[in-house]
Design a protein around this ligand. Sequence first.
Ligand SMILES: [Zn+2]
Length: 193
Amino acid sequence: MHPLYSTLLGDTRFHELLLDCDQDIAIAARRERCLLCRSVVHSARYRRKPRGRPAGLGEEHDWRFSFCCTLDGCRKRKTPPSLRFLGRKVYLAAMVVLIAIMREGATPGRMGRLSGLVGVDRRTVQRWRKWWRDRFTTSPFWRQAAAAFMPPVNQDRLPASLIERFIGSAPERLIAVLRLLLPITGGNAVHVV
Ligand SMILES: [Zn+2]
């Protein structure tokens, strides 16, 4: 399972697919108008500098979809959920999930090769592991989401134990996990990230 996932991170078609999904989510968010006053919203996307992407992706992948209310005095910003950006994390959401999975049971040698392959240093990988184990598992979001899994998801093995619960090909499973995480990715998200 691990080699499949590492291929996925370097697959530009996979990143195009994530962008397409984000576009659909953004279109729906725009249609819903302003959360406060129901006025029309306009695009107020902003540039991120995501790390962890393969070379050769266009600059359209740098942008985080976001909207701003057009009504003077309101101007409320609304940033829809995303399959690509996990809150303020600088690495792509897919990486934060996959590296933590590939890390499981890895020897120091293999971990070194993995870090080199995706350009993430060990400290970052350790930090993500801690994030999954501590902050994520204790978040109100996860407590609620976890209740949907029976038998319960093994929290010590997140996110590997989570992706194993979904069926399908590697990309399908990864997208299922990213979809599950959507509520904690947006501007009005629960602050886990
Ligand atoms: Zn408004």
